[in-house]
Design a protein around this ligand. Structure first.
Ligand code: ADP
Ligand code: MG
Length: 601
């Protein structure tokens, strides 16, 4: 080591770099001036990672720090990025996934090795299933003792654990490969069908030291990060021909359309053709729920009677009975979809249109004038009058101010407040709380409803609420079942720490499905479905400084929710329901096999 070099410890970055110290050395006229040696500033792999993320347009990282990524988070903050720090990695991942869904750019989150990585991987897998663009970056331990199973700190072959459940997975062993890896991860997350990408960066790569100028030369600006994918002209003509020939056509809108931001094109298509549409749960609001062509209340009629159904960013998966069940057996399908492998996955698709949604809808609209629609006007008026009758009945049910509250009487109150605040993003999870909220609260704007989606999982609530608030700056209301809240509840503290405009409403009926489960055996233990009917969740909010409410009537709830949203502060409302409010498995009891014996004896 040259004597003129001194090691500088940076307390924020917590790494050493070397500085040229020759300028502090006394030189006199008697001493001949030597050429100044060059001691460049040096940086670590963590710095390169932060720079690479920033360079590609990432402005927010979610995560939970610890060995070996703590300094990387500090450096990211130092580079002007937000680092939203969580209490559980899974929630950081849910937040990043929601961020990705809402912005169209991959959401990014960081985890520590082994368990932290595994906790986060749950969210990355969920993002992959839901087609949300997300990048999980995890530090991992030193490779050699992992590969030889010699037992090292948090040793786990993370890359191979991740591979089966994510869209793509890459490992980085050298700091100089980090910019390339970030670009590849970005492209994989967002191109074609979006999904979860895992980026494994080993501790040696994170800690590797490079000269600053060498590091800076590693970056370039990637071109066309999300290229358009144009559908073939034949596929567009085939689809239009089939659509035009239908007497009873319908359009099913899925969250792929919401994600592709095609609401204006879809509105034009729906209004020019006059075809009724049915939105999937998270597609509510792509076109407003009160649109005259909304068939949201006529799902069975669409399934049983439509002769041509056009799927727009919706998969024929279990949520649509995989194209079987009630669906008209003679009905034909058009599918607008980016992933060619999705076509025919469950049922024969007569007219696939493979391309990105924007390009596909633009191509269809450009040729729409060439076709004359054969739709029977009675099909639309029939759906409209059926909807009118059903909606009126439904409103009647919601307007009964039952106390102690049921899901319905509580949602009657929430409906008034949320529909008066259409720009609030609604996050929703639970069993009955999910089904009934989805059915009760109309949405008027695209990408304003985020729920447990394709896997129907619990445990996305706090993370998604945080991701939605951070990504959009908008107010968020999370309507949570008491069970669902339990999975992510501790990250309510993250809402408070970052002072986010999020109101969490906990519908407490004291259990999974409800709070009146009876144990099968003679035991003093609670039933497996029983939770805490008398829990005061509002006190939990108090612990972190939130504005809190405990409400027992619809009027109280309406007042509290109005006030909470207006405050734009972290709020928690404990919505006390009756223990017998709610039933098993919501609307899909067939998925939950009944016990062989009568559980009430
Ligand atoms: P839902 O649950 O609302 O029915 P799904 O998640 O099942 O929605 O389906 C969304 C579909 O949208 C996926 O098959 C996905 O590949 C597709 N998709 C996502 N983004 C685009 C896009 N930009 N263009 C076309 N299709 C897309
Ligand atoms: Mg419950």
């Amino acid at each position: 080591m040259n004597n003129h070099t001194k090691h500088i410890y940076n307390p924020v970055f917590r790494y050493f770099f070397m500085q040229d110290n020759t300028k502090n050395i006394n030189t006199t006229a008697a001493t001949p001036q030597k050429a100044q040696p060059h001691f460049p500033e040096q940086v670590t792999g963590m710095y390169i990672l932060a720079k690479a993320l920033k360079n590609i347009g990432i402005d927010t990282i979610y995560g939970l720090v610890g060995i070996p990524i703590t300094e990387a988070a500090y450096i990211a903050q130092g580079q002007g990025m937000r680092f939203i720090s969580f209490r559980h990695e899974q929630q950081a991942g849910m937040a990043a996934a929601t961020h990705g869904y809402l912005t169209g750019k991959p959401g990014v989150f960081m985890t520590v090795s082994s368990l932290g990585f595994m906790n986060g991987l749950t969210a990355t897998a969920n993002a992959t299933v839901n087609c949300y663009p997300v990048i999980q970056i995890s530090g991992s331990s030193v490779r050699e003792p992992i590969d030889l199973e010699q037992g090292t700190y948090e040793g786990l072959d993370q890359l191979n654990v991740a591979k089966p459940v994510v869209k793509a997975a890459y490992r980085v062993n050298r700091a100089e490969d980090i910019p390339t890896a970030v670009t590849r991860a970005y492209r994989a997350a967002i191109s074609g069908r979006p999904g979860g990408v895992y980026l494994d960066i080993t501790t040696p790569a994170l800690g590797q030291i490079l000269d600053h100028d060498v590091a800076d030369a590693l970056f370039s600006q990637p071109v066309d990060l999300q290229p358009a994918m144009i559908p073939s002209a034949e596929s567009v003509d085939r689809a239009l021909q089939l659509l035009a020939s239908a007497k009873k056509p319908a359009i099913v809108i899925g969250k792929g359309a919401a994600q592709a931001r095609v609401e204006d094109l879809l509105k034009e298509l729906v209004e020019k053709t006059g075809i009724p549409f049915y939105p999937m749960s998270m597609a509510k609001g792509v076109l407003p729920d009160n649109h005259p062509l909304s068939a949201i209340s006529a799902r069975s009629t669409i399934m049983e009677e439509a002769d041509v159904v056009m799927l727009v960013g919706a998969r024929l998966n279990w949520l649509l009975s995989r194209g079987h069940g009630k669906w008209n057996k003679a009905g034909k399908f058009i599918q607008l979809e980016i992933n060619p492998e999705e076509i025919d996955s469950n049922r024969h698709i007569d007219a696939p249109v493979v391309g990105d949604m924007k390009s596909s809808l633009e191509a269809m609209l450009a040729k729409l004038g060439n076709y004359k629609m054969a739709m029977d006007p009675a099909w639309v008026t029939g759906i409209q009058s059926e909807s009118k009758i059903k909606n009126a009945k439904f409103l009647e049910r919601l307007s009964v101010p039952t106390v102690p509250m049921t899901h319905w009487s509580a949602l009657g109150a929430a409906k008034k407040v949320l529909e008066a605040n259409p720009d609030v993003i609604l996050v929703n999870e639970g069993a009955n709380t999910l089904d009934d909220t989805r059915d009760s609260i109309d949405m008027f704007l695209p990408r304003h409803r985020i729920d447990c989606a394709t896997w129907a999982i619990m445990g996305m609530g706090m993370g998604s609420a945080i991701g939605a608030a951070v990504a959009t700056g908008k107010s968020v209301v999370a309507i949570e079942g008491d069970s669902a809240f339990g999975f992510s509840g501790m990250d309510f503290s993250t809402i408070c720490r970052f002072n986010l405009p999020v109101t969490v409403c906990i519908f407490n009926n004291g259990g999974i499905y409800n709070g009146i489960g009876v144990p099968l055996d003679k035991t003093d233990d609670p039933a497996p479905t029983t939770l805490d009917i008398h829990a005061r969740y509002d006190k939990l909010g108090e612990a972190f400084g939130a504005q809190t409410y405990y409400v027992t009537t619809p009027d109280e709830y309406e007042k509290a929710l109005t006030e909470a949203i207006a405050s734009k502060k972290p709020c928690l409302i404990d919505v006390q329901l009756a223990a017998d409010a709610g039933k098993e498995s919501g609307h899909i009891g067939y998925l939950n096999p009944a016990p062989l014996i009568d559980i009430t004896v």
